[in-house]
Ligand binder design. Sequence first.
Ligand code: CA
Length: 729
Amino acid sequence: MMNLITMGRRGALILATALLGAACSPASDTNESSTTQTNQALPAGNIDDARINNAASEPGNWLAHGLDYREQRFSPLTQINRDTVAKLGLAYELDVGSNDALEATPIVVDNTLFFTSTYSIVHAVDAVSGEELWRYDPQVPKEFLRKACCGPINRGVSVYQGNVYVATLDGRLVAVKASNGEKVWEVDTVIDRDRFYSITGAPKTAKGKVFIGNGGAEFGVRGYVTAYDAATGEQIWRFYTVPGDPSLPFEHPEMELAATTWKGGAWWEVGGGGTVWNSIVYDPEFDQVYLGVGNGAPWTRVIRSPGGGDNLFLSSIVAVDADTGSMNWYYQTTPGDNWDYTAVQDMTLADMTVDGEERKVLLQAPKNGFFYVLDREDGELLRAHPYVKTTWATHVDMETGRPVENPETDYTEEAKWVLPGPLGGHDWQAMSFDESKGIMYLPAQDFPFIYSLNKEFKETGYFKRNPGTTNLGLDMENSSILAAEMEDSAPVAKGYLKAFDPISGEELWSVDHVHYWNSGVLASAGGLVFQGDGLGYLSAYDADTGEKLWTYNTYISMLAPPVSYAIDGTQYVAILAGTGGVENFVGTTNETAALKYGNFGKLLVFKLGGDAVLKEPRIRDRTIPEQPLLTASADQLLRGEQQYNVVCGGCHGGNVRAAGIIPDLRMMGDGKHAIFKEIVIDGVLSAGGMASFADVVTPEDAENIRQYIISRANIDREAAQQVSSSAGG
Ligand code: CA
């Protein structure tokens, strides 16, 4: 979840580019080797463990989420390189019919691209022509949107043993045939339908199994990961990440250990959290699966576990046996998490020399701002250098393996700005690792956040879970008021692309981005690093210097990672463009492409000499219309603001400033104002995703919220008119 503050007032817009002219010399990379391995019976081939493990032998494909089981996301292709990239152009575009975030990594196998769009819809597309071959729509109910934190997003599929596996926003796991999208089996992964579980992550496949977790910590759920038989959907094992109700037996021995680290609270009533919503990695060398575990529910530990304790396995990397799900080791990045510091971020497996010794390592840059290098065999901590500014902790003590917290940012008594905030120094956006150089290229950000203890808990010592909305344990009601009060001391929010040495902690270079929320990263043997940004530019940087060598205006803000593949001697770079997720919460003032143009989700595919042309979309009219009469008292307006912050701001934006994805309520016409209560209470627009909030909003508060919207619209309308009149005169 995200706070409700405005930001991005500082920092200049830098769009200048350096296009280096160079002679085009097509290299010889093709996917020749893959043609000998394909299964003729299936257009998508028969992908198995050996093929994913040996993905390097078929460099034309992108077989798995992180390319192969090592998840390095480093393309070995070289046709597009420093010398040729100036000739990179659009091969084709495909409108996927979405206006929310596209976050999937496309899987490329034997001339077919497999990816997901919003509401967990699976697309199979001819990788050369862009023609859609089939589409599978799992029919996620649109009104489910309010039960998920961050929009109808999905991070992709797994293609394995002739099937395509997708996990749906409403918590199902589905296998469809890779050849035609026909459903093979479907299971419900959710243990408690009274809680708001959702899934946005890509399933992982290995050893004849499908591994999947879930999300929903902010709504108050208990995290777990389940392994299913890939052929039948039969459940094989389940690993809970946090202990449940202590009056019930432990589900597995690890829960007995974990329970000793939770003290005094009633965490199981809120849920505990620990959802594994993104990264699950299989390691064939140790036959174990790494689970990236999320934050606590609620966020604040004084509410969740007032007696202290580390609250295992929150914010941990847990290694479990692939066949049994029993734990081999764990490493907790943020003991007793207090800040939404998930360790769900992508994990990369590598072999590296550390202190003169060859080590099999796991690399992760979780939200908390430290870059961890662990020994995969036993979880030993080898390095933990900061990769962004961290104010919550001074450093990680290498003797104890624990972060040393900074008492000055403790927020139990008074509100504090903290870095990183809940978007993390790095979130789910993919990073890319060049093992030959030992350099990680990662999208990072400074995203400050005001943490302040929940007011009711502060006054009464009591915190009650609200089943209909988020349960952070923070003073979210007054978030916009606090942000205004503390604006002067706010750190600057911005984004970066960094080349980082996880062993030395050295930053080789760093590119500044105006906007904090940018795309995943792809590095390649062509000496390039590709990244899309929030302003809509896809760029290629020199991997050695960070110099921008190529840039392309897509007019779409990007989050998903680019991938590269080659067919018949031509290398392609593909990216799904379209923003959203936590973007919605912030109410940015940066001129993102989503704000400027809207957010029309597309698959964009590039090749050398590509000459397809993207049409510049119409620039949106963002003139705030004249508002209905403001009739509320000051008290009613304050109540409206507080209720808006808790119930509405997460999607429609802090300070009623939307990010260009979900409707901006300042733009409502008289017709919408007239039926505002019917929308919020009766759910008359639920088919479009705006479900009824009758369980959390009274009719009286719906009117208070509407009045607050009017007041905010009036303020911004007046400010805009002043700007335009002073510009005109
Ligand atoms: Ca979270």
